[in-house]
Design a binder for this molecule. Structure first.
Ligand SMILES: C[S@@+](CC[C@H](N)C(=O)[O-])C[C@H]1O[C@@H](n2cnc3c(N)ncnc32)[C@H](O)[C@@H]1O
Ligand code: SF4
Length: 406
């Protein structure tokens, strides 16, 4: 019984991973995600699992968080057993992982190595807010083995940063890329958001130019999503702020693709561009291609061999469960073969290499033929048996994917 803690109550949700799922370990790359659920302030658009000091309430300490994460790593080793392959990618995401001391992130990474082993050439990424790191901190991360860093730049326009509630200046986002390079980071990403209220075409062009000029080797550009329950959604409902407009979002996407392509960045997933294949995020690719990963931390999701589970969201019960020797899992689902195939198709279609047309169901294959006619799928690739989005197809990616998987 590899999936129970030695002594303690295992919550039903973490239960026992079905032997079929465990048997799949090692067939695909294996990664670890570590969620750090803390932020100094909450951006109005963000509904990620993250807590400011006030939102956390008493009894939860950031200082103790890394030690709690170590407990979940030991649980993971126990549940997965000896068959777990070495870890190909590690990703610290948030929240703001860099609110923890560099030594704490390093200790978690060391434990991942001790518990599972890191594969040669492992990719180790952390997300960071531009204002949350300094050169000494970046140097300590490099020494600890971090290879990649991803900064939330979002925009170079001060009024857009303000409407997004970001606390850094446009200049800081540019400066921090140079600092990361000086610290020895070979791979640096900048996240951008387009379509925020009052953003103009010129603002967005300025953000793209400034991001490219900062010298990262990877850029992610996301359309602003007005998530239900956020402060942004409330302001939109009250009529204080306009909702992002679909036509404007499409124009901004095309503008991003044109600027990034001209500057040597190639798209490899609908929202992601990299300077060459070595700059692509291997960890994200693992998500998009049905890899296996264990997600550590409050609200973190995991997937092994078609079984998906997720942890309780608040850091207090998360820590309490682990300290009591129990699993922090809150629920899980077992995907059947049809659901797994559908997921594989939906994610695969968003990638530059697309998917073999024969992997689509009969109705999807018909829809693919029509999509070529509408200019949404590449005609030549289709002739060679692959479904690959054109630029127009990427602008309407969600609708095309829906059509082809209906
Ligand atoms: C959740 S944040 C974590 C990293 C870090 N705290 C930061 O903000 O840079 C990761 C990225 O998700 C994107 N993001 C979060 N909420 C979003 C939303 N509602 N719409 C579009 N992008 C969003 C932002 O670009 C952000 O950089
Ligand atoms: S800093 Fe990042 S994680 Fe924190 S609230 Fe803002 S977008 Fe969300």
């Amino acid at each position: 019984m590899p999936s129970r803690l030695p002594d303690g109550d295992v919550a039903p949700a973490d239960g026992v991973l079905p032997p079929d799922a465990l048997r799949e370990l090692g067939r695909r790359p294996f990664g670890i995600y570590v969620h750090v659920p803390f932020c100094t302030t909450r951006c109005g658009y963000c509904d990620f699992t993250t807590y400011t000091a006030q939102e956390l309430g008493p009894g939860v300490s950031r200082a103790a968080y890394a030690d709690t994460a170590l407990l979940e790593l030991r649980l993971a080793r126990h549940v997965l057993g000896d068959r777990t392959p070495p870890v190909e990618t590690v990703f610290f995401g948030g929240g703001t992982p860099t609110l923890l001391p560099a030594g704490h992130l390093a200790a978690v990474l060391r434990e991942i190595d001790d518990v599972f082993g890191l594969a040669p050439g492992v990719e180790v990424t952390t997300e960071a807010n531009p204002e949350s790191v300094a050169p000494g901190y970046l140097a300590r991360l490099r020494e600890a083995g971090f290879t990649r860093i991803s900064f939330g730049m979002q925009s170079a326009a001060p009024h857009v940063l303000r409407v997004l509630d970001r606390t850094h200046t446009p200049g800081r986002a540019v400066e921090v890329v140079a600092e990361a390079r000086r610290a020895g980071f070979g791979h640096v990403n900048l996240d951008l958001i387009y379509g925020a209220p009052w953003e103009t075409d010129a603002d967005w062009q300025g953000s793209l130019d400034s991001a490219v000029g900062a010298g990262p080797d990877h850029i992610s550009a996301y359309a602003l999503i007005v998530e239900e329950g956020t402060a942004l959604a409330r302001r939109v409902q009250r009529g204080e702020l306009p909702e992002p407009d679909d036509d404007v979002l499409a124009d901004r996407y095309a503008q991003a693709d044109e600027t990034l392509t001209r500057s040597g960045f190639g798209w490899y997933e609908v929202s992601n561009w990299a300077r060459g294949t070595a700059a692509r995020s291997r960890h994200n690719r693992l998500y998009w291609t049905g890899g296996d990963w264990w997600g550590v931390g409050p609200g973190a999701h995991s997937h092994v061999g078609g079984v998906r589970w997720w942890n309780v969201r608040h850091p207090a019960p998360y820590a309490a469960r682990l300290h009591a020797g129990a699993s922090p899992a809150a629920g899980r689902e077992v995907l059947d073969a049809t659901a797994r195939r559908l997921e594989h198709t939906m994610l695969g279609l968003r990638l530059r290499e697309g998917l073999p047309v024969r992997e689509l169901a009969a109705r999807g294959r018909d829809a693919a033929g029509r999509a070529v006619g509408y200019g949404l799928l590449d005609r030549r690739a289709h002739g060679e048996g692959r479904a690959v989005l054109t630029l127009r197809g990427r602008l309407l990616a969600d609708a095309v994917v829906r059509d082809l998987t209906d």
